[in-house]
Design a protein. Sequence first.
Length: 158
Amino acid sequence: MSATTEEQLLVRRIREGTVIDHIDAGKALLVLKALGITGREGNVITVAMNVPSVKLGKKDIIKIENRLLAVDETNKIALIAPRATINIVSEYRVKEKRRVELPDLLIGVFNCPNPSCVSNAEKSIASRIEVIDREKQKLRCWYCGRMLEANELISSIY
């Protein structure tokens, strides 16, 4: 059985919703957390991890039925899964395909790793992380000014 046939058996088609494909292997749960998707919303969510991939070797896939994620929502995952593709599905067909792109500002997605930052001290203040350099993934906390690396922020999701 080919990898493509196996993949089709592992991950069924959806009628309406969003498919997040080409997620780096092992990062699907981080993507869900960054998007604030818990499973309690009532939509069927299919998560396939370590699926064979020609391009990546292995990859993760997330399918969210009956929910169309907006561009600003899916761009939140650009640090976690920079090669991810977003497929918006309607009547079992891809009606829109896009790549994630790092936004200028990430609000409430990642915590500032500085324990003294006001965004960590005050529960009512959502974190605000500015993107300084997309290519090098250099970021800065809007509140405390701390320069940040992508890995620092990703580890703050746990």
